[in-house]
Write a protein of this length. Structure first.
Length: 404
């Protein structure tokens, strides 16, 4: 009977530390699995594959068949992903194949059961009249996946996905400032707070969850892209388990598990700036606008705004006037109904940042709260014009100074 043999080994990671690992030997595999199940599982794991793997084997997906289940794994020393699906296993075993190629093949297969088998250095995928032969990669050179940290608590999958998407939009994209590419996860008892910034806006979302320990307190800085991709993929499960190791940012791992899928990622070093004092609590003007017409107006006016040029918003009693462009170029002006409580105000924003915030509040009515035209404005959502603003999500956006 084929088997998987684990051989103790040692490797040095990029930081020079010695980590224990296990080497696995490739042995024959023969399994049968439904096409849709296979394609979904492979696509989810393959999304974590590095575009430029530091070693050829890290471009592979590790397939492991045993006891009626087939698992797929990927790992690049930073992010790991693993999913397990039901399968008819005739021969237990382990094989490593090109992940992106396998994902492309699975997407193109007809809707029929798929058979995967190995013979020496080749793997064969058969589905109906389609037959593909792939070269295998050396399993014994593939690193062992990190262990999932101890569970810290659970949250409904839909809440987790919504919160991650609301906050990740404000994270930076500049890898030369890695701290700003992360989402700060702060856990205090039964409350989780996510926060991110790229220096031009700040997004914060709070939600309740079920912690394993009532007095838990922890902080972690997680890569925003990994958090967002993971949250989207775990919405099909009823709950998502968060598992945090280490004392804080830069220490250990964080893991996410739900719906048979598991992801771990290393935490980023450092922490975000102290942000709570940045959010004003008193305002001179508060404007309330229906979100849908506001979004469409911003999109239309922004058509004449050149790259990195702002859209100007002028709030008066009962009306919002949007303007973009200059007298030397194309111009656009539009009026939208709005309620204003307080002083009239003119302020300008980057249209992309403004549209990101309006999309993130996910509410039929938007509320913009101002102190002055040169200080950050607070964007929040409302269920209707008369309702209170949603305190769970806040989007702080810096204005753009207008010449003259």
């Amino acid at each position: 009977m084929p088997y998987v043999r684990l051989v103790p080994g040692i490797r040095a990671d990029d930081e020079g530390r010695q980590d224990e690992r296990a080497k696995q030997e490739a042995v024959p595999v023969k399994i049968r699995v439904e096409r849709d199940v296979l394609a979904e599982a492979v696509a989810w794991v393959a999304r974590s594959l590095p575009a430029r793997p530091p070693a050829p084997v890290l471009a592979g997906l590790l397939l492991k068949a045993e006891e009626g289940a087939l698992s797929f794994s990927s790992f690049d020393y930073e992010v790991s992903a693993r999913v397990s699906v039901d399968a008819e296993v005739e021969e237990d075993g382990t094989v490593l194949v090109s992940g992106r190629l396998l994902a492309d093949i699975c997407r193109a297969l007809p809707n029929r059961p798929v058979e995967i088998s190995t013979d020496g250095v080749r793997a064969t995928v058969v589905c109906g009249s389609s037959r593909f032969t792939l070269h295998t990669l050396p399993v014994d050179e593939y690193p062992a996946l990190p262990q999932m940290p101890t569970a810290t608590g659970t949250v409904p999958g839909e809440i987790f996905a919504s919160a991650a998407s609301q906050v990740a939009i404000a994270a930076g994209r500049d890898d030369t400032l890695p701290v700003l590419t992360g989402v700060r996860i702060e856990i205090e008892g039964d409350t989780v707070t996510l926060a991110s910034t790229d220096r031009y806006r700040f997004a914060v979302r709070e939600f309740l969850w079920k912690p394993e320990a009532a007095d838990i307190s922890a902080v972690a800085l997680v890569p925003a892209k990994t958090l967002l991709d993971t949250a989207k993929a775990l919405t099909s499960g009823d709950t998502v388990t968060l598992a945090l190791s280490g004392a804080g940012a830069g220490e250990g791992l964080i893991g996410f598990e739900g719906a048979g899928r598991r992801t771990t990622t290393r935490l980023l070093e450092g922490d975000l700036p102290k942000y709570r004092t940045l959010f004003p609590t008193e305002f001179n003007s508060i404007a309330v606008i229906e979100t849908a017409p506001f979004v469409e107006a911003v999109k239309r006016v922004a058509l004449v705004a050149e790259r990195n040029t702002p859209v100007r918003l002028s709030f008066e009693q009962g009306v919002l006037i949007l303007e973009a462009g200059s007298s030397d170029d194309a111009q656009a002006v539009e009026r939208v109904d709005a309620q204003l409580d307080g002083d009239d105000i003119s302020i300008a924003f980057n249209p992309t940042f403004l549209l990101d915030g309006l999309s993130a509040i996910d509410s039929p009515v938007a509320q913009l709260s101002f102190t002055t035209s040169t200080k950050p404005a607070l964007l929040s959502g409302k269920a209707d014009v008369k309702a209170e603003a949603d305190e769970a999500y806040k989007y702080l956006i810096m204005p753009v100074r207008l010449s003259g």
